[in-house]
Design a protein around this ligand. Structure first.
Ligand code: G6P
Length: 479
C-alpha cells in the first residue's frame, strides 16, 4: 500500500480552505481556546494534514484577529485575517448568500450583489497572496471549495512554478442554473487555473466541463479541458470519504458503547431510536423529515411511546437570513409535534441545537436504529459514511436521499426522494421494521464500500492525479 508521502514524493503540499480545522473561541472571561470547526470538509481534510504534517492556510472563524502561524498536533496552521465587513460580504454574502443556494439547486433564492462579488475577489486575492509567499519552490497547492474558486488562477499568475489542485466539496450546478450567475465566466476561469479540478460526483464534473466549453470555449478532451493558455486541465470526479478506521475504533471503545446504552436509557428506552445529524441548513431536508415524522405520528404508524427522533442540528451561518428562517420553522414544528403527540415521560422529537464531539456522535450513531439522511441536495454527506463506519455490529438502517452525492456509492441504503412525503414515510417505516438479517446484509455491503474507499484512498487518488500533472509540467519545462 502506497502512503500519501509516497504519492507526494519530495514535493511539499500546502492546503488552502476558507476555514481552518479549528475556530478560535473567546470565553466571557476573555480566555481563548480552539474548537473543532463544523462541516464535512474539515472531517475529511484534517486526517490528511495530520498525517502529512503540512501547512494549512485558512480563516480562524472570528473577525479582525491577527493570529501568528501556530502548530496543532502535527498540523502547521496559518490564519488569514478577515474583517467584519469581509465576513459579511465575502463569507455570509457571496459564499453563502449567492453561491451556496445557487449550487444547491436554488432551494433558497440566491442574491446577486456587485459589492459582494468585489469583496469575494479581494478576499480570494488575499488567500492567493498568502499561499504565494508561503509555498516552497515547486510545491503542490491544494485549494478547497466554493469560497475560493478564484484562487487557482490568481496563484498561477503569482507563482507559475507551483502545481495547483482544486476540489469542490459541494455540487457544481447544471447549466440552466449556473447561467444565472453574473460572474460565471471569471468563476470558471478561476477554477481552470488549476492543473486538476476535482468534484464529488460524475454529474458535477460533467456540469463543469460543459460550463467551461460554453463560457470559455475550452474544448473538452475526455475528462480534460484545454485552457486558454494551452494547458490541459483534468476535471473529474473523486468522491470524498472519511477516516473509516478511526470512526470504527471509536465505535468499539467500551466507554462509547456504555454511553450509547445510557443514551437509549435516557430516551426512555423506546423500541426505535431514529437519528438526524446535520448542520442546521436548508439543504438538509430537515423540514421534510419532520413533516414525514409528524404525519406518521398522526396516522398512528408510530407512537411517542415506542419511537423517538433525535435531531442534532448544529448551529450554522446564523447571521444569514435563510438560516434564521429555517431555525424558526424547525423550532416551531418541533414544538408543535411534541405538544400534540408527546406525553409526560415521552417526547417524540429530541431537538438539540448544539454541536458535539466525535465520541458523543459515535455513541449516538450506535444508539440509533435508523439514521435519516434526507437532504434536498448535498455534495456528498459524510454523516452517512460515519454512521456506517461506526456500526461494526452490522446493525442499523441508513435512509439516504437520492440527492446526496453519497447515494452514488451507497446503493444498499434505503434510497428516498425527500420531496415525496408518502415515499419518505413508507421508507422510514420499512427501516423501522427491517428484520435483523436484512439489516446485517445491507450494513455489511455498505461497510465494504467505505472500508475499501476511505479518505486516505481519496487523497491518494486525487494527489496521484495531481502528481502526474506536476511531472508532465516538469517534463515540458525541461524539454
Ligand atoms: C460545508 C462546506 C465547507 C464548510 C462547511 C461548514 O461542508 O463544503 O466548505 O466549511 O460546510 O460551513 P461553514 O460556513 O461553517 O464553514
Amino acid at each position: 500500500n502506497r502512503t500519501l508521502s509516497d504519492v507526494l514524493g519530495r514535493r511539499e503540499l500546502v492546503m488552502v480552505s476558507n476555514r481552518l480545522p479549528v475556530d478560535r473561541v473567546t470565553a466571557p472571561d476573555g480566555s481563548v481556546s480552539w474548537r473543532t470547526s463544523p462541516g464535512g470538509l474539515v472531517t475529511a481534510v484534517e486526517p490528511i494534514v495530520k498525517e502529512l504534517g503540512c501547512l494549512w492556510v485558512g480563516w480562524a472563524g472570528i473577525a479582525d484577529a491577527e493570529i501568528e502561524p501556530f502548530s496543532l498536533e502535527s498540523m502547521q496552521l496559518a490564519p488569514v485575517t478577515l474583517s467584519a465587513d469581509e465576513i459579511e460580504e465575502y463569507y455570509e454574502g457571496f459564499s453563502n448568500g449567492t453561491l451556496w443556494p445557487l449550487y444547491h439547486d436554488v432551494i433558497a433564492q440566491p442574491e446577486y450583489h456587485r459589492e459582494w462579488w468585489e469583496t469575494y475577489r479581494a478576499v480570494n486575492r488575499r488567500f492567493a497572496e498568502r499561499v504565494a509567499e508561503s509555498a516552497g519552490e515547486g510545491a503542490i497547492v491544494w485549494v478547497h471549495d466554493y469560497q475560493l474558486q478564484l484562487v487557482p488562477e490568481m496563484i498561477r499568475e503569482m507563482r507559475p512554478d507551483l502545481t495547483i489542485a482544486f476540489f469542490l466539496h459541494i455540487p457544481f450546478p447544471p447549466g440552466s442554473l449556473f447561467a444565472q450567475l453574473p460572474w460565471r465566466k471569471p468563476i470558471v476561469r478561476g477554477m481552470l487555473g488549476a492543473d486538476v479540478v476535482g468534484f464529488q460526483r460524475v454529474q458535477d464534473a460533467v456540469n463543469f466541463r460543459m460550463a467551461a466549453e460554453r463560457y470559455l470555449g475550452a474544448p473538452a478532451l475526455g475528462n480534460a479541458l484545454r485552457a486558454a493558455d494551452g494547458r490541459q486541465v483534468l476535471a473529474q470526479e473523486f468522491p470524498i470519504s472519511i477516516d473509516a478506521a478511526a470512526f470504527e475504533e471509536l465505535g468499539r471503545l467500551p466507554r462509547v458503547r456504555q454511553r450509547a446504552r445510557e443514551i437509549r436509557d435516557e430516551l426512555g428506552d423506546p423500541e426505535t431510536v431514529m437519528l438526524g445529524v446535520d448542520r442546521l441548513d436548508y439543504t438538509k431536508g430537515i423540514r421534510h423529515r419532520l413533516k414525514a415524522f409528524e404525519e406518521m405520528l398522526a396516522d398512528g404508524d408510530v407512537s411517542a411511546r415506542d419511537a423517538v427522533l433525535v435531531q442534532v442540528a448544529s448551529p450554522s451561518r446564523e447571521r444569514v437570513g435563510a438560516y434564521q428562517q429555517l431555525r424558526d420553522d424547525v423550532e416551531v414544528t418541533v414544538g408543535r409535534i411534541n405538544g400534540s403527540y408527546g406525553a409526560i415521560g415521552a417526547t417524540p422529537v429530541v431537538y438539540l441545537h448544539q454541536g458535539y464531539g466525535r465520541e458523543e456522535m459515535a455513541a449516538l450513531y450506535l444508539a440509533a436504529d435508523v439514521l435519516l439522511v434526507t437532504p434536498l441536495r448535498d455534495g456528498m454527506n459524510l454523516v452517512a459514511k460515519e454512521y456506517i463506519a461506526v456500526r461494526s455490529d452490522e446493525r442499523g438502517v441508513l435512509v439516504l436521499s437520492e440527492f446526496a452525492g453519497a447515494a452514488d456509492e451507497l446503493r444498499d441504503a434505503l434510497l428516498v426522494n425527500p420531496h415525496d412525503i408518502e415515499g419518505l414515510k413508507s421508507t422510514i417505516l420499512r427501516a423501522v421494521h427491517m428484520p435483523a438479517a436484512e439489516q446485517e446484509r445491507r450494513m455489511r455491503a455498505l461497510r465494504s464500500v467505505i472500508t475499501h474507499y476511505d479518505v486516505a484512498r481519496w487523497a491518494e487518488q486525487f494527489l496521484g492525479a495531481v502528481g502526474t500533472a506536476a511531472e508532465l509540467r516538469d517534463a515540458a519545462t525541461e524539454g
